[in-house]
Design a protein around this ligand. Sequence first.
Ligand code: ZN
Length: 325
Amino acid sequence: MVQADTQLLRVIDGWQRRQAWPHAVLLTGSERSGLFSQALYLASRLLCEQGQACGECAACQRVSRFSHIDLHLLASPPTARHFGLPVAEGAGDRYVIRKEDVLETCRALSLKAHAGGWRVILCLRPEEMNKEAANTLLKTLEEPGDQCLFVLVSSEPKALLTTIVSRCQRLQLRPQTRAELCAAWSEEGCEHSKADVLAAMDLRGMSVSPEVLQALRPLAMGWLKAVNASHGGQELDLAEAMNRQGMPESVLRVLRSLLSDLLAIDAACDDEDLTHRDRTEELRGLVSLDPLAMAEVLDTAAAALRRNVSLISILIATARGEKLT
Ligand SMILES: [Zn+2]
């Protein structure tokens, strides 16, 4: 059974004691520090037959398998798959939560809870909502039903609409240190320098898997070098190679983390603080780039992807430091 984060536990105990549960919670922290399992713990507290997330009763068992009838999921299909959750056939591959998805969840909520108690909606990576979806969710958060708890689970709360954040009770998991996260990756069999980079990316809300890092970082690094050398042909080849990986969000994360390092180098930060500190020398060689202009373009890229702008167009604009339209 999942252990609750002590700080989280204190807050939840308070809600339960006062019988004053909020309608919406924004649970933030790094996905590597057990963000998802803490969200499940929160759901168990409301759905458990003993009212205490006992981990033993049938309800808790169902929550842990994500098969409880009063536990609803709102997530993009690739994100649901990432967390090992069931996805309807033909659900697609876009990292987008659409208005229809929000409406469908809300329809399920308009029915009474099957077990006669609470209903819990876990919204994973709510930053993946497009604007229409976010506005639809906002309306629901303004008038939530009785005994209904929305749990928004995000490692990138800055990407959320402030109006949504303001409707939620904020719960922040204790941030782990780079060394702790690195040790966790090493335990999973990652070699040290890679575990160290993955840990730094986790801390900065840019989590990727070891496989993604392995596949994308050499391409992203090569692409930056090609842009740095104004080698147009090579730049396009590498952009296409990244695009073929079929993980545009991950490409953006890896590139953004490399550009953050370039900005840190420009600002004369300590090399020890870099995310890709195993690539310091290569990064130092990229002297013709304008990392600030490029990073600014990338910061608007996730929204552009949701508007169906292609990754290739985003990369071309990023290389030129041109605003995305
Ligand atoms: Zn239980």
